[in-house]
Design a protein around this ligand. Structure first.
Ligand code: ZN
Length: 322
């Protein structure tokens, strides 16, 4: 039994429209689902990814309008790494981000930028990344791209490559990570999770002295992917390792369990199925507000309180028709 790499990462935004503008319009990801936080339905839950919202490509946000910025500290993820195909793609992104008014910093093999809420992103030329290939499973992740009229396919973002978290003890060994979940310890706080198709990098770095604070621009949790048939066995395995784990929660697009890893970061294990086409036509993903059955009776009220968010893809189609 092994995890299939990353499923999704979930963040907090203070402004859904700025968030959609950045990830769907500028970065060219597809807004694949517009729903609410199932546990707190007056807050949006927006999902972005490749054309289908394939696990490994998914970034999601809870919106709390006007939420003050948070700050990553010990026990929190501070940077997400998104793969691109080449150095030429990095050049493309450095230029495109700057042209849209974002401070993009080009370093060796990396373009670093903050999203509108202050979340740190690094675009990395994934296939050339050092350390890849060492596992003998091939050097690059299969590309998971979305289509955008201003982003040539060869420069598109190809999925999540890795995430980095702060801790006061980056190199301490933790059996939960390696023995229970199957991460490979690469030394110096760096880990790698290999699935059958995809891998993801996971790294601990020394935390700043200042305490972290959840808020806009911070990461809420990270989810690893499980084949559906293994999901209950993962729950048992985490529980048997002595880590308290939640009951299985039905998130409509996948099923989830949650637990804390030893440094305090909220982990989720989410199933690969059924995916985002379960309640929308695949050609129109993320265009209408979708509510889980338990919250459907709140629709009129929610449509009044939630900030209207247009899906850029639907907007482009409308514009083309006009
Ligand atoms: Zn999640």
């Amino acid at each position: 039994m092994r995890l299939e790499g990353l499923h999704h990462v979930t963040m907090i935004t203070g402004d859904a429209n700025a968030n959609v503008g950045f990830y769907a319009d500028v970065l060219g990801l597809r807004l694949v689902k517009k729903t609410v936080n199932f546990d707190q339905p007056d807050a949006y839950h927006l999902y972005f990814g490749d054309e289908r919202g394939t696990p490994g490509s998914i970034l999601t946000w809870f919106e709390f309008p006007g939420a003050p910025r948070g700050r990553a500290g010990a026990g929190m993820i501070h940077t997400l790494e998104l793969g691109v195909g080449s150095d030429a793609a990095l050049d493309f992104w450095a230029e495109r981000l700057a042209a849209h008014g974002h401070d993009a910093e080009r370093r060796d093999g990396v373009v670093r930028v903050e999203d509108p809420d202050g979340l740190a992103l690094e675009l990395v030329a994934a296939a050339e990344r050092s350390g890849d290939g060492a596992s003998g499973r091939g050097s690059g992740n299969p590309p998971l791209r979305a289509e955008h009229p201003e982003v040539p396919a060869e420069h598109a973002i190809l999925g999540v490559e890795g995430a980095r978290a702060y801790t006061h003890d980056p190199t301490a060994a933790h059996a939960l990570l390696t023995e229970t979940l199957g991460f490979t310890d690469q030394g110096g706080g760096a880990y790698r999770l290999d699935g059958g198709l995809r891998h993801v990098h996971w790294r601990y770095e020394p935390a700043p002295a200042e305490r972290g604070r959840l808020g806009a621009g911070t990461v809420h949790h990270i989810a690893w992917a499980s084949p559906d048939e293994d999901h209950l066995a993962w729950q048992r395995r985490v529980r048997e390792a002595g880590q308290p784990v939640t009951e299985v929660r039905d998130r409509d697009y996948f099923r989830s369990i949650y637990f804390r890893e030893p440094r305090g970061i909220l982990f989720e294990i989410a199933t690969l199925s059924p995916g985002f086409a379960i309640d929308e036509d695949p050609d129109h993903l993320g265009e209408e507000l979708r509510l889980p059955a338990m919250h459907e009776h709140l629709r009129a009220q929610l449509e009044r309180v939630l900030t209207p968010v247009a899906n850029p893809r639907a907007a482009r189609r409308e514009a083309a028709r006009a």
